[in-house]
Design a protein around this ligand. Structure first.
Ligand code: ADP
Ligand code: F6P
Length: 353
């Protein structure tokens, strides 16, 4: 009986381990031997096949479901974009007697999976990414957990902001997709949200919004910024602005949450003429390395089982997703082409209140 294999790729996301456990349980039930690939597509480069592939029996995979991170490890493997490298990986998989591969990752990883399909390796994708940036599916694995981590953090931050009358800048993850920021802002009552899809935004426009909150008697606004939004900011010379205030800043330094809080502080005033005490928090990897919520763990479970069943029935070139609340599978090409419109109405509602 040939093997099936599984790898996790790109940024780790809560629920990846739960999906691997479900894959191992299904494979065991169907008597399909399973291999785990170490560190995403890196494990397919043929550098050390003896350690890059490990037998994944129930003993190894049964108890990892609740664990955060990915036990198989993950990586960003730039070489894998190269066609010759993809062809070598396909040959290696054939030599290892692997008849099907499950790729758990985001859109980049799905492109890798599609390339392997083109090289004749049947692949199934599971959307493992906290960003929720895959348009064909209503949810990606890890998004719900990441949002809940952010919501917990912002609730605590707002309690302290309220106690001290201090506005607060909170940076959440999201490279091209502001869904984590939007949902966090909406569910915590944050007054301002900045998302990469909003395109060009200016420091002055945010300072103006913060000032208008202060003028209405709200001295403790929360400004939620998606990580990818800094690149969308209209040029602003942080050095030129902050240096006269004696801040330690060097020429050409980019905007960060810390500096943004510092700039906003000096662009706004409290009713007594003083600067507000604007503070900042970067939530960072606590979003990625969290234990999956029940919603993510359930999606992981269903996706893992479906992925194995598809391979067993000779179905390939598919990615798993959620549609009308049900787990389903979609053509990989079609899934990669899907473009989801930005929820501008929610964005405007949050910023407009
Ligand atoms: P994600 O899967 O979370 O979107 P990345 O964009 O970093 O994360 O992609 C993960 C990995 O997928 C990359 O490091 C690379 O190995 C592989 N990959 C990305 N883009 C391609 C591509 N165009 N062709 C083949 N492999 C790709
Ligand atoms: O794709 C997931 C993600 O966490 C993005 O939200 C973020 O911009 C990016 O990965 C950061 O990746 P890393 O810290 O691994 O370089």
């Amino acid at each position: 009986m040939p093997y099936i294999a599984v790898l996790t790729s790109g940024g780790d996301s809560p629920g990846m381990n739960a999906a691997v456990t479900a894959i191992a349980r299904s494979a065991a039930l169907l008597n399909m031997p399973l291999l785990g690939v170490d560190r995403g597509f890196n494990g397919l480069l043929g550098k050390s096949p003896k350690t890059d592939f490990m037998e994944l029996n129930l003993e190894k995979a049964l108890d990892i479901a609740d664990l955060p991170g990915t036990q198989l490890r993950t990586a960003r493997c730039v070489e894998f974009k190269d066609k010759a490298v993809q062809a070598r990986a396909a040959k290696l998989l054939r030599d290892m007697d692997v008849a099907g591969l499950i790729v758990i990752g985001g859109d980049g990883s799905f492109q890798g999976a599609r390339a392997l399909c083109e090289q004749g390796i049947p692949c199934i994708g599971i959307p493992g990414t906290i960003d929720n940036d895959l348009a064909y599916t209503e949810m990606t694995l890890g998004f719900d957990t990441a949002v809940n981590v952010c919501v917990d953090a912002v609730r605590s931050i707002r309690a302290t902001s309220r106690s001290h009358d201090r506005p607060h800048v909170v940076e959440v993850m999201g490279r091209h997709c502001g869904d984590i920021a939007l949902m966090t802002a909406a569910s915590t009552g944050a007054e301002i949200v900045i998302a990469p899809e909003a395109k060009r935004w200016t420091v002055d426009e945010i300072a103006h919004r913060l000032q208008s909150q202060i003028d209405r008697g709200n001295y403790r606004s929360t400004i939620v910024v998606a990580e990818g939004s800094w690149e969308m900011m209209a040029p602003f010379d942080v050095y030129k602005f902050l240096k006269p205030y004696g801040k330690e800043v060097f020429e050409g330094e980019p905007m960060t949450a810390y500096r943004f809080a510092s700039v906003l502080k000096r662009k706004t005033t409290m009713p007594d003429g003083s600067f507000p005490e604007v503070r900042h928090t970067v939530i960072g990897y606590t979003q990625r390395g969290a234990q999956p919520t029940a919603r993510d763990a359930t999606f992981a479970f269903e996706s893992g089982v479906l992925a194995v069943n598809l391979l067993q029935h000779g179905v390939s070139n598919r990615v798993i997703g959620m549609k009308h609340g049900k787990v389903y599978h979609e053509d990989i090409e079609k899934a990669l082409k899907a473009r989801r419109p930005f929820n501008r109405s929610l964005y405007n509602t949050i910023n407009g209140l």
